[in-house]
Ligand binder design. Sequence first.
Ligand code: GDP
Length: 202
Amino acid sequence: MIIKSATYVTSSAKISQCPPPDMPEYAFIGRSNVGKSSLINMIVTKKGLAKISGTPGKTRTVNHFIINDSWYLVDLPGYGYARASQKQREEWSRLINTYVTKRENLISLFVLIDARHEPIASDLEFMEKMALNGVPFARVFTKADKAGQRETEKNLALHNKIMLERWESLPVTFVTSATKGKGRDELLDYISETMKFFKKEK
Ligand code: GDP
């Protein structure tokens, strides 16, 4: 897929404020500082489209962008902020849960995981919750350039091992680097392919 246009649409604090579900949608989520903004900017090749945050935990809204006038890219608030209050975390968690389970045009949720780290409980728990709720998701390992090939492979194998203890199959998986542009073609191919499953309500 060639990216011809990427436009910011709106930021929603409630699901009812999101744009009408009239196009296929792909959402990005992950722990704060995982590299979400960098990955989104790399995919659409537009610096500053999704703000790269100096202060972790700033995004608290569901941010919609329209790509090529044909699909929505969604930047979701992260989970697992150490610095946020319990109340804030509960509010974000509610917003995310409502969004992923109710958004009818959501084709896939990309769950971002830092390739440098061994599996983290909050990532595994989040993916398990998605699977139990029937939310279609894919794993996206980030910062592969920082981790290096050997560490990335080791951490990915650990992730797979833990997931296969509880699940029969593994989710679709991408390995990316925002600085090197790695994984961009694979992600965009996957989006092109799965977009066909979108059915507009009549
Ligand atoms: P977010 O909080 O998840 O949106 O994370 P950001 O995109 O703001 O990135 C957090 C930090 O990681 C920033 O300093 C980025 O420059 C850096 N970063 C993000 N992705 C990559 C990557 O693929 N490679 C490298 N080397 N650094 C990255």
